[in-house]
Design a binder for this molecule. Sequence first.
Ligand code: 9MR
Length: 361
Amino acid sequence: MSEVHLLRVWPAILLMIVTLPCGAQSLRQEAQQSGVLIGTAVRPAQLSETLYATTLAREFNMVEPEDVMKWWVLRPDQGTYDFRQGDELIRFAQAHQMEVRGHCLIWGRNNPEWLTTGHFNPEQLARMLHDHIDRVMKHYAGQVFAWDVVNEAMDEKGNLRDSIWYNQPGIGMAGQGTGYIEQAFRWAHEADAHALLFYNEAEGEGMNRKSDAIYAMAKDFQDRHVPIDGVGLQLHISTLDTDAQKLAAELSKNIARLSALGLQVHVTELDVSVPVDAFGVSHPEDLARQAEIYRKIVRACLNNAGCTAIQMWGFTDKYSWIGSHSHGTHGQALLFDREYRPKMAYRAVLEELSAGRQAMH
Ligand code: 9MR
């Protein structure tokens, strides 16, 4: 066997020798014993693929639509609400006793063109946003247990991003800081008083300016009884140079301070991408490092009672946003390979879930 060929098949060989810990079952069975939800983003279009559907149903007890409850899918034009794909996911979840997280009611990015180029004034936007939150949440009331009400409203320094909802032109609260976010949470609570309401954010997982700003907003909301139930920490990890020990320690600290406010924390979009070559092949040692990062993040969640859900941004390397986003330089970010075989990262997550919640150390 040539060296090059050996390099190509090596990941497959490694995968074959990844065996499950003795007695361990699926992620969802182990998670249940730890009292944590284990979830994944889902693309309903793939549910007709047998291995996709069976792996999903076997391993997870929570799902979130990767895209199909966003404005650009739900709202093909101003007058239409298209719930078909979201409803399909709900049916699948109900058939397999899974919880559903909704994502997301407000995001400054990736909105439909009719909205971004419509030159609506603040009054019109406020009415449209209120109507959207109301219609969508009422449609899914009793079926979606938690919503990302607002997604990624802050930049890396913790300042509010310019957006159609905030200040371009906004819903009439431009320059009033987190006022428009507060308004969205209030409308969400009115629409479905039983749903848990989350603020979801990227890169605010460790201790940094952004997580400080999220904390400050959450504390202010709690102090003034603005209806917020939790914070979603996305956790898209794109560099294996990440010091997993340090990240986990900071993550623990951040989860602890948010929980101390009486909020829940969900890990919402976990994936750990690795460099791949032009053939999509990675280095086995990178997959081992990836597994350690997954392990430490899952452990940090389990060691904090306030962390109640761990969700990955997809589960098979066959379908992940990383490939196109990185122009093919990164990939293999998830727990199963393209053939739905469990990777080292799967084993690491399974082992931590089996070990369960432990005291913080
Ligand atoms: O993975 C999602 C991709 O399929 C969509 O094209 C994109 C735009 O809607 O959103 C991606 O998911 C994002 C999530 O909704 C919010 N956090 C960052 C995720 C990755 O970009």
